[in-house]
Design a protein around this ligand. Structure first.
Ligand code: FMN
Length: 201
């Protein structure tokens, strides 16, 4: 699905190395119902604090529900709309606020929702699907449009589909698509023995 494999200092699992966030989607290739349910099943089995499963996802399939899809699309930032116009399936992750069992505040819900989204990202990579998360959307607009309860926080829109060539993109987005992938040095983000003490080999 991609020629943008992560250049890692040690070999990592193929799925992790192959996952990346393309913006070039094939407008002619839908995501099947079977693939969608498989993705959601991967999210469903993510770990969560106390097994609370505090995430909720809204799904819009462009073909099945063009009106709902358009409403979700209209919540996106202008930059994201430029490429999401070719995407066949959108999702919105939402994180709860309280433990379902006790009603007490659950401060891990956003952590857990991210875990569910990452599980789906990896399942998407395994299925040969492109998967791109977005913070660039109007959360208040999405809340109002889809009756998201006050207790849930809209976290990320997620585009799912098949990757296309970069030529489907406008010039500005194409430049983003083709720029080299990279990460900060490991020791700048991972510490051992004290804050700021980077892990070394
Ligand atoms: C929570 C979150 C929000 C993001 N928001 C956007 C966005 O609004 N638009 C966009 O094009 N990419 C967005 N991205 C994608 C990131 O830019 C991308 O994951 C990052 O640059 C690393 O690239 P990679 O996923 O290809 O490894 C977002 C990713 C995450 C996890």
């Amino acid at each position: 699905m991609s020629d943008r494999i992560a250049q890692t200092s040690r070999p990592i699992h193929d799925l992790l190395a192959r996952r990346w966030s393309t913006r070039a989607f094939d407008a002619a290739k839908p995501v099947s119902r079977e693939q969608l349910i498989t993705l959601l099943e991967a999210g469903r089995w993510a770990p969560s604090c106390n097994g609370d499963e505090p995430w909720r996802y809204l799904v819009w399939d462009r073909k099945r529900d063009p009106e709902g899809f358009q409403k979700a699309f209209d919540c996106l930032s202008e930059n994201n709309r430029k490429w999401v116009k070719n995407v066949p399936l959108l999702m919105l992750s939402c994180a709860g606020s309280n433990f379902a069992a006790t009603g007490k505040p659950n401060r891990w819900t956003q952590h857990d929702t991210g875990a569910a989204s990452t599980s789906m990202a990896l399942q998407a990579a395994a299925l040969g699907l492109a998967y791109h998360q977005m913070g660039g959307f109007d959360a208040d607009k999405a809340r109002a449009a889809f009756n998201v309860p006050a207790e849930y926080t809209p976290m990320a829109m997620i585009a799912v589909g098949y990757q296309a060539g970069a030529d489907v993109l406008d010039e500005e987005t194409k430049a983003k698509e083709l720029r080299p992938r990279g990460r900060k040095p490991l020791a700048e983000r991972f510490f051992e023995g004290g804050w700021g003490k980077g892990v070394t080999a």
